[in-house]
Ligand binder design. Structure first.
Ligand code: F6P
Length: 750
């Protein structure tokens, strides 16, 4: 209301000033016009006297003068006439004139002397009077007297007052119109939209379900610049509310939901302003050349999937091997680059390795030695002395890169990732005993017998035990690890606390089941299409006609059970021929570690099986397996997850397997079915999946049949339960628990 009043007052003042100026101008002009009129009339009258008056004054014909004066002295508005002699003395005057008018006049003398007429407005006896004095001249133009005419000029004032009155009325009408127009415009364009906006915001605040679409009721209004801001605000509010509801719900179950915001807040307290340092072999963003340009890609694998969302929140430095062919040109002289490229949130520090170092450390010792050693997949580990030397050397290179980064950091928190860097914890502690170091082992830990075949088992165990905290995905791997330490190292094991003490140092061994983010699940699917439309689009893209889709997403690795999966598809079609031309299984396989013979052989074997199965069953418009061998982005993969009727995770041995969890997250409509290997760590949490033994082809074929024929309500109920589990046990919880535990670790000298 205040703004309306202010607007009205300002407009009325402006109108008043304009009206006043205009009226003054008009009144002045009118006064001048009327005065001119009187003067003209006086002159005409005077001229008509002139000739007869001069001789009469000369001859002192007072009587005749008196008669003339009386005859002319009572015309319209002419109150009277006075005739003066040369000295300004009254010779004769109209009788009805007041005495004041009949006095000798200096003005008359001046007129005679200057021989020119003059007109003035005077108040005589309280009456507005126009007095016109003109000289009376002889033929030789010499003035012999003066003639004064007295007009009643009060009609001019009356007329001017009329003008004022008239303009005042105009001003008042104008003001009323201005008030009306202002009120209407303000209401339509300002207070109306604001009121609608306020009502809509109240609805959003008080959760009227139909407002969650966040459609602001303003279009093309004066407030439209606010629309996008307010929409964003409403969306954030809606997300925050959903999260708060989740939190409240879970709080009742005495565990609150970990969210990006929650983790951020938690980290602020736990890290007390310190940065977080992550060290891993694989970098989260790799720059590669594509023709003349450079593009950034996200490598496949659990480490990146899990830790990138955490680092985006916590900031800090991630030290990793720069393995992209455009990595050097995109980093600074220290090998640093801010990532993610599209929205930088933390620093990636790249470590450079020679081809020989990469061969010995990564392809050799890590992936031909430790990888098969830890995975029981009947692939024989190969241990070569030169690889081991390289492995030690590269661990040293990584530690040096890290030490530079943590140089100025007091009691830094370091998260070392995976089997490539088993020696790092001890190397860090030797230089920086004040650092709190956690090692997270992303792959399984088999058992003492299997591990025992490694010629450098003690060095590896000692390197790992340099950490204050060692994390595995599940308790089973922790047990295996302690058994192994017990078997091969002189140490003090506390089975109750699950720790290993060597000298002054104590390492805690704990399970931290890794997971994925759950933002999308909370906010709702980003993919606007429904499952059927999406499925149709994808089938069109791959050029196949089918009714159902199954999906597999893997880094092409012999631990993932990909050939076994395809054999199960073959058996399924053999056993249930009614699904021929009905189901197409799409495998999104990212090539990996292709410098290792086993991996190249695996790709060849996989392609061979695909070809065999397709040749056996395919028809003109349909084929059973589509093998898309490429690195797919998370967005692309997500489309397949959302379109698929089921997903197959058939690892022969797997630490956790995040594909299983990603698929669950993508099922916002709870419709898909997960077929999951009993040998993947994820099977401990996702008990509502169809759990299979990937070595049992018959069982897997039947699981595919179940996935396609499960009762809708059971399918939904199973997925809903898994959805809740992954939502609650998400990556933010993993990071919060791991880092929280690390910050609580007490170092020997504390
Ligand atoms: O999950 C085990 C792991 O080795 C991770 O370290 C890595 O993220 C993933 O597999 C991919 O392996 P690579 O880095 O050899 O491509």
């Amino acid at each position: 209301m205040k703004i309306t009043i202010r607007l009205i007052v300002s407009l009325v003042i402006v109108v008043a000033l304009v009206a006043l100026a205009f009226s003054l101008y008009q009144v002045n002009r009118e006064r001048d016009r009327l005065a001119g009129d009187l003067e003209r009339r006086s002159l005409i009258l005077a001229e008509s006297f002139q000739e007869s008056l001069a001789p009469l004054i000369q001859s002192s014909g007072d009587l005749r003068l008196k008669r003339i004066v009386d005859r002319f002295g009572n015309r319209e508005r002419l109150k009277g006439i006075v005739i003066f002699d040369r000295q300004g003395t009254v010779i004769t005057a109209t009788g009805s004139l007041s005495l004041n008018a009949k006095r000798p006049s200096a003005q008359a003398v001046n007129t005679i002397l200057e021989n020119r007429s003059v007109g003035n407005f005077l108040t005589i006896d309280g009456q507005q009077t126009y007095v016109f004095i003109t000289p009376i001249a002889e033929e030789n133009n010499e003035a012999v007297g003066a003639l004064a005419m007295f007009y009643d000029s009060s009609y001019i004032d009356v007329h001017l007052r009329e003008i004022w009155k008239h303009n005042l009325i105009q001003f008042m009408i104008l003001s009323i119109l201005v008030v009306f127009a202002t009120v209407l415009v303000v209401r339509w364009s300002i207070t109306g939209p604001i009121a609608r906006l306020a009502e809509w915001m109240r609805d959003v605040r008080t959760v009227r379900p139909d407002t969650t679409g966040c459609d602001v009721p303003l279009r093309g209004d004066i407030l439209s610049p606010l629309v996008s801001e307010v929409t964003e605000l409403a969306q954030s509010l809606s997300i925050a509310r959903k999260r708060a509801e989740e939190e409240a719900r879970l709080r009742l179950k005495s565990e609150s939901l970990w969210t990006p915001e929650g983790l951020k807040e938690y980290m602020r307290t736990a890290l007390k302003g310190k940065k977080l340092f992550v060290v891993s072999n694989r970098e989260p963003y790799m720059h590669v050349k594509e023709g003349r340009s450079v593009k950034s890609i996200v490598p496949a694998g659990g480490v990146v999937t899990a830790l990138d969302p955490v680092m985006r929140i916590c900031d800090g430095v991630w030290v990793a091997h720069g393995s992209g062919d455009a990595d050097r040109e995109t980093a600074d002289v220290d090998g640093k680059v801010r990532v993610p490229p599209e929205e930088p949130a933390y620093t990636l520090k790249r470590v450079w390795l020679t081809k020989e170092e990469e061969d010995g450390y990564y392809n050799g010792f890590s992936n031909e030695g430790l990888w098969p050693l830890c995975h029981i997949t009947h692939t024989r580990p190969e241990f070569r002395q030169e690889d081991w030397i390289c492995y030690q050397k590269v661990n040293q290179i990584f530690v040096e890169a890290l030490l530079t980064e943590i140089e100025s950091e007091e009691a830094p928190l370091v998260l070392v990732q995976d089997y490539h860097l088993a020696l790092l914890p001890l190397l860090i502690k030797k230089e920086r005993p004040d650092a709190k170091v956690a090692l997270f082992w992303h792959i399984p830990w088999s058992n003492p017998e299997s591990f025992g075949i490694c010629p450098w088992r003690q060095e590896i165990l000692m390197g790992m035990l340099g950490a204050d905290l060692i994390g595995f995905h599940i308790q089973f791997f922790c047990n295996n690890f302690l058994d192994t330490v017990d078997r091969f190292l002189e140490s003090q094991i506390d089975w109750e606390e699950f720790s290993v003490r060597r000298g002054e140092h104590r390492a805690l061994i704990k399970p931290f089941p890794i997971s994925v983010g759950f933002d999308e699940g909370i906010v709702g699917p980003k993919e606007p299409q429904d499952r059927a439309t999406l499925r149709e689009t994808i089938l069109k893209e791959i050029g196949v006609q089918a009714t159902h889709i199954g999906v597999g997403v893997d880094r092409i690795d012999y631990t993932k059970g990909i050939p076994e999966r395809f054999r199960a598809i073959e058996r399924f079609l053999e056993k249930y021929p009614e699904f021929v031309e009905d189901l197409t299984f799409i495998e999104l396989g990212a090539p990996s570690r292709d410098h290792i013979r086993k991996y190249r052989e695996l790709i060849a074997e996989t392609e061979e099986i695909v070809e065999k199965v397709n040749r056996r069953f395919q028809t003109r418009k349909w084929k059973p397996i589509v093998f898309l061998k490429a690195l797919h982005s998370h967005e692309e993969i997500n489309r397949y997850y959302k379109a698929a009727d089921f997903c197959m995770v058939t690892s022969l041995h797997d630490g956790m397997n995040l594909v299983a969890k990603e698929f669950v997250v993508a099922q916002s409509d709870h419709s898909g079915v997960l077929i999951l290997s009993q040998f993947a760590g994820a099977s401990r949490e996702l008990r509502d999946a169809l759990i299979v033994n990937p070595y049992d082809i018959e069982e897997m074929a039947d699981a595919i049949k179940s996935a396609l024929t499960l009762d809708v309500s059971e399918r939904r109920e199973r997925m809903r339960r898994m959805h809740t589990i992954v939502k609650e046990h998400n990556i933010y919880r993993w990071a919060g628990k791991l880092i929280g535990e690390l910050t609580h670790v007490r170092l020997a000298d504390e």
